[in-house]
Design a protein around this ligand. Structure first.
Ligand code: NFS
Length: 664
């Protein structure tokens, strides 16, 4: 499909982030960004709706207008389901290959082959060994770690049976998966089988294709992603709350700025460690800098934020702008969500774009390959290249825009914060939901998308949910988006409804909790499972008054996440047009069909207000089904810290503005 005429520049989506807007102005005419390209390129309406089949050389067939079938006879439903399923397979592969990488890293550490790494969380190692049925008594940490790593690796190539982690779901959920025959066998096996089934002339029953899509997605959520989270915690520590800053204002005028971008935490962990190496700090000083300043972009940012408090410079659509400040000496990327345009943007400034994974080279970038064995030395080499680049810095514009935040809410901490080490449980949270203090729960996750104003849908949804007493857990770029506007600060409980505010005050948490990167959506599965097993809110995730929301989805990974949320019993709303809209039959399968079989669904709702209303009504429906008291926004709010309220009353309410500048 040829690109249609350029969209109207005046009405094209931009960003609601004032820091991003400032840099866009600074680099106007010098740098082309995703915002410009999104204005110039209209999305192909045929591809966007899942109406184009290019699975064989008789096509591509466009099933639009009066065309109901492709040359081979494939129907609109088959084509839409196949396209969607392949997207999920790509997304699940990205997460799962990341999980595999973590398992290899753990194996290398256990064998003593990974210089610079060690096991930081032995308690988590023991817990994970327990899930995997691995004996721990009388064995050394490295012996246990080795067996955990080998067992994890075997999950990828497993040919029969079920993934071990499925046993971490509630019993009723496991029964549903078995009854509906979607329990995944091995992570890789399900992806390969999906690619086979969606080859020309194979599976031509949309529902059967979608079932395989769910097997793949569950292999991501309860397999690759969950293992990635667990092993990252074992190697680098399970997150606990910490303070940091967010947005482009975290870059420093007088230090060597190094931005880590991508997804896998192994290299970035070493970069964090090496950045305080006295030898390198001295070297930076010898080049005229005051030190080395690390910042993150995308999910790598979330990994190093959650464990070290390294500040995120921004989310997905901020990546080009970080370089366009002119103040970044090196951007170090590994895998996923990295725009190829970074090479071009970097060429306009002095920034070195350094690729580090053999899986992700970019033409024109500097490639310094990283491996676990020489991790610390690779990290030093990369930082040295950044320091050497400091004297080449030209004009800069670092917006004085930043915002404080609290992150680090692992599911272990969420449990701990409700009663401490000995009495930790989900009882207080469940009770608060039962009483109606908290109306329900929402996981707000996923990307930025240049087709909508950066952060606007996410922030509006988060703001309305907390105002309506919904406790929100965020991950990925949605977390960074919410953070940029202050929602990850405890003071922002002022914008929450009275009931939710009381709970936040009692525990001392923000109304929006940051649970991690995109693979850490597995933590949301664990939190919901623990709510279900705690009692009082039914027996399964599908009983809990909870929704999943992906306001600004862009990546195939988001579709995989939505699919495993749905198959795990969560109704998931996406804030963009449906990629299966060309087949009302497939749309219906993913909503009412999945709802009936799994208690969860995927629905696409580009109207943000309608999405918010839908989310609240889904939560209220679950409350009614559980026989809980009807939610009443005026029932609570008689307690609470009045002094704090007075302070908070001075904050601007609900504005789409970054409220604090770094100057204050
Ligand atoms: Ni996840 Fe989206 Fe990418 Fe992370 Fe951001 S774009 S699906 S949030 S960085 S993976």
């Amino acid at each position: 499909m040829p690109q249609e005429k350029a969209a109207d520049k005046e009405t094209a989506p931009r960003s609601t982030d004032i820091a991003v807007c400032e840099v866009l102005e600074f680099c106007e005419g010098v740098v082309e960004t995703a915002f410009d390209r999104a204005t110039a390129i209209r999305p192909c309406p045929i591809g966007a709706e899942g109406a184009c089949c290019k699975h064989c050389a008789m096509g591509p067939c466009r099933l639009v207008g009066k065309v109901e079938r492709g040359v081979c006879g494939a129907t609109r439903a088959t084509v839409a389901a196949r396209n969607f399923a392949r997207q999920v397979a790509a997304g699940a592969s990205a997460h799962s290959d990341h999980g595999r990488g973590m398992a290899f890293a753990l194996l290398a550490v256990a064998k003593g082959e990974a210089h610079g790494f060690r096991i930081r969380d032995e308690a988590k190692l023991h817990a994970v060994a327990g899930y995997m049925g691995i004996k721990t008594e009388g064995r050394s940490v490295n012996e246990i770690a080795r067996e955990v790593a080998e067992t994890a690796l075997a999950e990828f190539g497993k040919q029969a049976g079920e993934l071990i982690y499925l046993s971490r779901a509630t019993k009723p959920r496991q029964e549903i998966w078995r009854k509906e025959r979607i329990a995944p066998r091995g992570v890789d096996r399900e992806v390969v089988e999906l690619m086979h089934r969606t080859h020309m002339g194979t599976d031509q029953d949309a529902e059967n294709i979608l079932d395989q899509c769910l097997r793949v997605a569950l292999g991501d959520g309860w397999g690759g992603s969950m293992m990635a989270t667990d092993i990252s915690d074992i190697l680098f520590g399970t997150p606990t709350p910490l303070q940091s800053q967010v947005n482009l204002g975290v870059l420093k005028e007088d230090e060597v700025n190094v931005v880590v971008h991508g997804h896998e935490p192994t290299l970035s962990e070493m970069i964090v460690a090496a950045s305080t190496d006295p030898e390198l700090v001295e070297y930076a000083k010898s080049k005229g800098a005051q030190g080395i300043n690390l910042a993150g972009i995308c999910c790598t940012a979330n990994e190093v934020l959650m464990r070290h408090g390294i500040p995120p410079a921004g989310n997905f659509l901020s990546q080009e702008l970080a370089i366009a400040t002119g103040a970044v000496e090196a951007m170090i990327v590994d895998v996923q969500c990295i725009m190829q345009s970074l090479v071009e943007v970097a060429s306009r400034f002095h920034t070195k774009l350094i690729t580090t994974s053999p899986k992700a080279k970019i033409e024109g970038a500097t490639h310094i390959e990283y491996d676990e064995v020489h991790a610390y030395n690779s990290a030093k080499e990369i930082l040295k290249a950044a320091i050497d680049n400091f004297p080449n810095r030209g004009n800069t514009l670092i917006p004085k825009v930043g915002e404080g935040l609290i992150a680090g809410f692992s599911h272990e901490y969420v449990r701990y914060m409700q009663g401490g080490l000995y009495r930790g449980s989900f009882r207080p949270l469940n009770d608060a939901i039962i009483q109606g203090r908290i109306r329900g729960l929402a996981g707000v996750v996923g990307c930025n998308n240049a087709r909508v104003d950066q952060d606007a849908p996410t922030v509006k949804i988060v703001r309305e949910l907390i105002k309506n007493d919904v406790l929100v857990a965020v991950t990925g770029c949605a977390a960074t988006g919410a953070a940029k506007y202050g929602y990850l600060r405890p003071e922002f409980m002022a914008q929450a409804g009275a009931g939710l505010r009381e709970v936040c005050e009692a525990i001392g948490i923000p109304p929006v909790i940051h649970v991690g990167s995109c693979v850490d959506n597995s933590r949301i599965l664990t939190i919901l499972t623990q709510c279900a097993t705690e009692g009082g809110l039914g027996e399964d995730i599908s009983d809990i008054p909870a929704v999943g929301i992906c306001p600004e989805y862009m990546s195939e990974k988001a579709l995989s996440i939505g699919s495993y949320f749905a198959a795990s019993g969560a109704y998931t709303l996406f804030g963009l047009p449906s990629p299966v809209a060309n087949s009302p039959e497939v749309v219906d399968m993913m909503v009412s069909g999945w709802l009936k079989r799994f208690g969860g669904a995927i629905e696409f709702e580009p109207d943000v207000d309608a999405l918010i209303q839908k989310a609240l009504s889904l939560i209220d429906e679950k409350r009614r089904a559980l026989g809980l008291v009807e939610y009443d926004p005026d029932r609570f709010g008689q307690s609470g810290d009045r002094v704090l309220e007075e302070v908070l009353a001075r904050l601007p309410e609900g504005e789409l503005l970054n409220v604090y500048s770094t100057e204050r």
